[in-house]
Design a protein around this ligand. Structure first.
Ligand code: SAM
Length: 292
């Protein structure tokens, strides 16, 4: 009969009872706005057929809402001090499992196979620890597990990068790598006042859904990531100069790069941020074809 965990009064009561102070080093900012928590669940369009992976349950406010909407919730929490707290707050829900482990050191494909088997609908829903937002998103995308959707809260500035269009300031390697695989939707902005303690910056909810079109695919995902990062290494330099940085400056290599750019009608004097996602894919594949 308690109020929901994410209500400000209940959260404060839990923090007081366990003498918990949020650990800054672990990115602990607890959401205390039930409307936003419910909006996250709506954005993920959860049904009772969906299994959900949550990263960083904290004291369980989002976990509770996920458990109500989904079939099964599997959460990863690095902070073992939260074990007694979550054991109490989430006791009423039988469809939650928590693994006390660093998500970046987790063998997710293996755990997913063990817990959920193959081919069940699987979504990631989380209020991410901000100090490792990018590594977590990159890991999820490199994962062989295919998620039906990834709905994550992050700093607004990172959300803007995921969602950026070519030619705009936030457009960079992260935008290209994420958009190559996913449709990106910025669902809504969350003010810092929705958290205890308040972070320094506003946040945003982002939804990533696997792209369904039949666009050209990179020959190798890992190599694509390395290539795109190389192209953006010196953002203010031209694509040409960045490509020399990636492949080398020997005259024979310069000739090969020139030929590829001509074939693809890409101007070597362009800056990397002027290229569309599809052009990076064409480039990596063309260079691969000539063994560069
Ligand atoms: N889900 C809660 C909420 O919305 O109020 C807490 C979110 S808080 C922003 C981030 C959570 O991630 C914290 O509980 C923190 O301890 C946890 N965390 C930090 N680093 C982690 C890691 N490497 N692996 C798993 N959890 C992590």
């Amino acid at each position: 009969n308690y109020p929901e965990i994410g209500s400000p009064a209940r959260t404060q009561a839990i923090l007081n009872r366990y003498r918990l102070s949020a650990k800054k080093s672990l990115g602990q900012n607890f959401l205390v706005d039930l409307n936003i928590l419910k909006h996250i669940v709506t954005t993920a369009a959860l049904t009772k057929q969906d299994n959900v992976i949550e990263i960083g349950p904290g004291i369980g406010s989002l976990t509770e809402q996920l458990a109500k909407a989904a079939k099964q919730v599997l959460a990863f929490e690095i902070d073992e001090n939260l074990l007694p707290v979550l054991a109490e707050t989430l006791a009423p829900y039988k469809n939650i499992d928590i693994i006390y482990q660093d998500i970046l050191k987790t063998n997710l494909p293996e755990i997913v196979r063990e817990r959920f088997g193959e081919g069940t609908p699987l979504k990631v829903v989380a209020n991410l620890p901000y100090y490792i937002t990018t590594p977590i998103v990159m890991d999820l995308l490199a994962n062989p597990v295919q998620f039906d959707a990834i709905v994550v809260m992050m700093q607004k500035e990172v959300a803007d990068r995921l969602n950026a269009q070519p030619g705009t300031k936030p457009y960079g390697s992260l935008s290209v790598i994420v958009q190559q695989q996913n449709d990106v939707a910025l669902s809504f902005i969350v003010p810092k006042t929705a958290f205890i303690p308040q972070p320094k910056v506003d946040s945003a909810i982002v939804k990533l859904t696997p792209r369904q079109d039949d666009a050209e695919q990179p020959f190798n995902h890992k190599r694509f990531i390395g290539f795109v990062r190389g192209c953006f290494m010196h953002q203010r330099k031209t694509l040409w100069n960045n490509l020399l940085g990636v492949f080398g400056k020997q005259p024979a290599i310069k000739d090969q790069i020139k030929t590829v750019l001509e074939q693809l009608a890409i101007n070597p004097a362009d800056r990397p941020e002027q290229l569309a996602v599809s052009q990076f894919v064409s480039l990596t594949n063309a260079f691969h074809k000539i063994n560069l």
